[in-house]
Design a protein around this ligand. Structure first.
Ligand SMILES: Nc1ncnc2c1ncn2[C@@H]1O[C@H](COP(=O)(O)OP(=O)(O)OP(=O)(O)O)[C@@H](O)[C@H]1O
Length: 252
């Protein structure tokens, strides 16, 4: 069964075809990695898939529910960590989560207990005790509180755009453990990442996107064959080297 289906999602930004019929299937219980070079169309595709950016054409379905035709039901099943998350910043992490949970119609006592647990597991509880506001958070702390907002309502599908960006190695382990726990409990995840080793370690499926098109997709083993994911990525996306004469002024 498919948890999350991106079906021919297309977006043209005044002549830039950022996503050209992007189709990606995320089976239930899978952890799917979306990889591709800068500007490939990952954020555009994921934003359309979760209901943040209206596609020119194509659809996205969460457990069969169309994200754009039935957003309320679809979004109840989605937990989203967008790229460059805009958060209300003059709140502490706990205040932000309470506000987020109540907006979603959750019971206040459930919000309170999950908030305390998430802050503790994500090691944001010390900052909370000192009354640190989200505006004062580091980039990695912002990722973590963003992930907490994505998890709070116990969604069925997590969509995480660059979840490990700026996150320290200890916290990255915690994030990986949370993701594995989520999948073991029957959830499904799609992440975008530039870190191939991490995708190989964490994901069971992968889609490579380049210039707005999916150029390879399948299980990790199907996509990488006998080589590494990085080898396949570079082969499909094209290598770029620096010539002898380029940047010659550096160090002169
Ligand atoms: N709001 C926008 N208006 C115009 N062009 C856009 C907009 N958002 C993205 N683009 C363009 O669409 C293309 C895909 O961008 P996108 O952010 O989806 O790539 P990405 O794969 O997420 O890149 P990165 O890995 O650098 O985050 C790029 O050419 C980008 O310049």
């Amino acid at each position: 069964m498919t948890a999350f289906e991106l079906d021919a999602l297309t977006k043209d930004f005044s002549g830039t075809l950022a996503a050209d019929a992007v189709s990606v299937s995320v089976p239930v219980g899978s952890l799917t990695g979306l990889v591709g070079p800068n500007g490939a169309g990952k954020t555009t595709s994921l934003s359309m898939a979760v209901g943040l950016l209206r596609p020119d054409s194509g659809t996205a379905r969460v457990h069969g529910i169309d994200v754009w035709a039935d957003p309320t039901r679809a979004k109840a099943m989605l937990g989203v960590l967008p790229d460059g998350l805009a958060l209300p910043e003059r709140l502490t992490g706990a205040e932000l989560l309470r506000y987020w949970g109540l907006l979603r119609g959750m019971a206040p006592d459930v919000v309170a207990s999950r908030t305390a647990e998430l802050l503790r597991i994500l090691e944001l509880d010390e900052a909370e005790a000192k009354g640190v506001l989200v505006i004062e958070y580091s980039t990695g702390m912002r990722k973590k509180i963003g992930l907490a907002t994505a998890l709070l309502h116990s969604p069925k599908v997590l969509v995480l755009d660059e979840p490990f960006e700026a996150v320290d190695p200890v916290s990255a382990r915690v994030l990986r453990a949370i993701m594995r726990r989520f999948v073991a409990a029957g959830g499904s995840i799609v992440i975008s990442s530039h870190v191939m080793s991490l995708v190989e370690d964490l994901c069971d499926r992968v889609a490579i996107i380049a210039k707005g098109e999916v150029v390879a997709a399948g299980t990790l083993d199907e996509v990488r064959g006998d080589g590494s994911l990085e080898d396949v990525f570079v082969r499909l996306v094209g290598e770029r080297s620096i010539g002898e004469e380029e940047l010659a002024w550096l160090g002169s």
